[in-house]
Design a protein around this ligand. Sequence first.
Ligand code: HPA
Length: 245
Amino acid sequence: MLAVIGGSGLSQLANLDISHREVVRTPYGDPSGPVTLGRICGEPVAFLARHGYGHTIPPHEVNYRANLWALQKLGAQRIVSVASVGSIRPDLKPGDVVIPHQIIDYTWGRKSTFHEGPDGKVTHIDFTEPYDADLRRQLMDAAASAGVPVSDSSVYAATQGPRLETAAEIDRYERDGADVVGMTGMPEAALARELGVPYAAINLVVNYAAGRADSRHGIKFEAIESVLQESMSHVRSIIGELVMR
Ligand code: HPA
């Protein structure tokens, strides 16, 4: 089964033929909400809104462990994360779709491992390639079939939020090698790896990052809203193609 974690602008999958919703209890507390189960083109799909169905949970308060554990419990064999990002690079414009290949983690204070507590064994995962290569390939093939151009190599900077960045922070992330910036990519990707579930991300660029291009004098939230409204359909089409792969 494919599972989709939807971020801002994707609190439901319009093309999902819903069968039921499931409240999953986990050893890590409550997920962001009940998981919606159903089919797209006859194929089983699970959907979870990362920020809750009423968009009430900020990035640093998302219970990433409960979300991933719940999806695996329900039988997720691959997990696609959908999240909006700011662009650090001039050639990645609002409305563009990115399938990132690397991550730099600037988050702090989040519960970022399943392996802790008195009974936990010290466990290290290999995270050289943070996203699953096969699933990334499937996403790129799905995007090609859907006729959506995607950028297939971008470094994702995961920031703590919920505030946006300063211009100097964005300059620093660029020097570090980041191309896009978002608040929810970590620890989600690492937790999926700990569970052994293939995980990859689709990022929708919704603004230029702080201090860049038309965000030179500040970020315009109304503009972000309209990009989400106009361009999330591209992400939906990619998912529609992905379920059949
Ligand atoms: N910064 C961090 N997260 C984001 C941004 C941004 O500019 N845009 C969308 N998510």
